[in-house]
Design a protein around this ligand. Structure first.
Ligand code: ADP
Ligand code: GLC
Length: 494
């Protein structure tokens, strides 16, 4: 099968969150199974052109009644097999992407011209296929920045050479939909009737994700539980009705993890590698972690780690909210250490820095640091993810692989990947709570800490159970293939 991934992030080229990990790992896994996969990304300013291959000639992209000209670059996705590499194509356009930031910068978190930038990008995807004379069976778009790909396929590119192509749209996060003033619709060059027939309209605004969800042949999100939740008004971000109306074509497919990168047996970012059979390296990682964050070296005190974007979605208000968050009481009342790596909303960064100064057993690093995130996964005893909602979540799976017990809210992909501790039987792989309140987080961390000090055997058994789980992408990639095939069967039977 020929599969094109249209996406705004893919590791190692551009990443703000798990989307980037998921797309690259899925692509590698599909290629490993013999399919031809190409990823299309914008050439953001930070991606050095000198490291890429330039494709000869300019490419014209019709937009808003005129042609935008762009250059195209390419590179093989690192980790690809020589025989069947995943090619990444970069759409280079100075005016739209020649600046710092993927979606925005701190002073302008959502660039004013994002509707134009990503409309252009989605349209360019089709021009690229023509340019390289490669015509995919499946256009697989991810999240709102690529959501116009299914729309263009349905309303603009239905004829040759794309008449047998299908589109799939994956929701990685329903909280971001790309809602902009409807004047921006003119950049699509689509007839105004499509504004209504594709369902762009959203209270007199233009909703890119909504139009994509209405137009794609198949839809999915990144865990079965989140697929169910998003069809309820509580988690549907006002699109639950759209998703319910498409429920026959909508599924949940759990993300995997890249077991070459996130694997304590192979990890070069930790002092000593380890496995379920020989856990000595985990102790070494804990010591290195305590050193790195300036915590007292205490092998017997449980360390609770966090690596997260500091945004509402991640439940950081309930942990770090001034006056009401539970972090202060947790660190004051319990014999624990806490480490955090993250960046995000300014109020939260400030609060975390202030706690870090005032508490001797809470230390935080603000910023983005790949290597340190590995050390936290390996060196912590517990990993806290009190998410308000979590489409899948990768860190809890990394934690399980590293023998670090997740403490998570019972929602989305967290509910699908973590089994709650049963202190009667000793079964489970982590600790869960239902309500998103500072008290519930406090109590559940307290429960985990109690087990650490009083049920050591059960803790070790849980670590071993988590490390045995298989979160490799190959299983999930097969489910994507099934989804592609069902969509293709419909088109071919027309
Ligand atoms: P989301 O995509 O919603 O942020 P995920 O759990 O799916 O959540 O993925 C987050 C990814 O980003 C993980 O790979 C995590 O390790 C990484 N990450 C988040 N914040 C940081 C940070 N400050 N430094 C390093 N890695 C980070
Ligand atoms: C989003 C979600 C996260 C998911 C990731 C990859 O960023 O917030 O839960 O794991 O996408 O699919």
């Amino acid at each position: 099968m020929n599969i094109l991934m249209a996406v705004s992030e893919a590791v190692p080229f551009a990443k703000t969150g798990g989307l980037a990990d998921a797309v690259s790992a899925l692509s590698l896994s599909l290629a490993k199974q013999g399919h031809t996969v190409k990823i299309v990304l914008p050439r953001y300013y930070h991606i050095n052109r000198d490291t890429l291959r330039h494709l000869e000639g300019e490419m014209g992209v019709p937009m808003g009644g005129r042609e935008e000209w762009s250059a195209v670059y390419a590179a093989a996705l690192p980790g690809s097999a020589k025989k069947n590499p995943v090619e990444v194509y970069f759409i280079d356009h100075e005016q739209f992407f020649g600046r710092d930031g993927i979606y925005g910068v701190p002073s302008e978190p959502d660039f004013m011209d994002n509707p134009r930038r990503f409309t252009f990008f989605c349209r360019a995807v089709f021009q690229l296929c023509r340019k390289i004379r490669w015509y995919p069976d499946v256009f697989h778009a991810h999240d709102w920045p690529a959501a116009l790909v299914p729309v263009f396929l349905k309303y603009r590119e239905r004829g040759a050479p794309f008449e047998y192509a299908v589109s799939v749209l994956t929701i990685h996060n329903l909280g971001y939909q790309g809602i902009y003033h409807k004047d921006n619709f003119s950049y699509t060059n689509l007839d105004w009737s499509v504004f209504y027939s594709a369902g762009f309209d959203d209270w007199n605004m233009m909703n890119l994700l909504k139009a994509g969800l209405n137009s794609a042949d198949k839809l999915n999100t990144v865990s079965p539980h989140y697929a169910w939740e998003t069809q309820t008004s509580q988690h549907g971000f006002r699109l639950d009705g759209v998703l319910r109306s498409r429920s026959a074509d909508y599924t949940g497919i759990l993300n995997g993890i890249d077991t070459n990168i996130w694997n304590p047996k192979k990890d070069a970012s930790i002092p000593r590698r380890y496995s379920a059979k020989d856990m000595a390296g985990k102790g070494a990682a804990k010591e290195a972690l305590q050193k790195e964050f300036g915590l007292p070296l205490a092998p017997d005190v449980p360390v609770i780690g966090m690596v997260t974007r500091l945004t509402e979605q991640k439940g950081v208000g309930e942990v770090f909210g001034p006056a009401y968050g539970c972090a202060w009481s947790l660190c004051r009342d319990m014999d624990i250490q806490m480490v955090l790596l993250g960046s995000g909303e300014p109020w939260c960064e400030n609060e975390v820095k202030s706690l870090s100064r005032r508490l001797s057993n809470f230390k935080a690093h603000i910023g983005y640091a790949e290597k340190e995130s590995h050390l936290i996964e390996a060196g912590s005893d517990f990993f806290l993810m009190p998410s308000r909602y979590e489409p899948c979540g990768l860190n809890q799976m990394y934690s399980l692989a590293y023998g670090t017990l997740p403490i998570v809210r019972n929602t989305g992909g967290l509910a699908d990947t973590v089994q709650n501790f049963n202190q009667e039987t000793g079964e489970g792989t982590g600790f869960m709570f239902d309500d998103l309140t500072p008290l519930a987080i406090y109590n559940t961390v307290g429960w985990a800490v109690w087990a650490y000090y009083n049920r050591r055997d059960q803790i070790e058994a849980m670590r071993a159970a988590g490390m045995k789980e298989n979160f490799s992408w190959d299983k999930s990639a097969k489910k994507y293939l099934e989804m592609y095939e069902t969509a293709l069967a419909v088109v071919h039977s027309r």
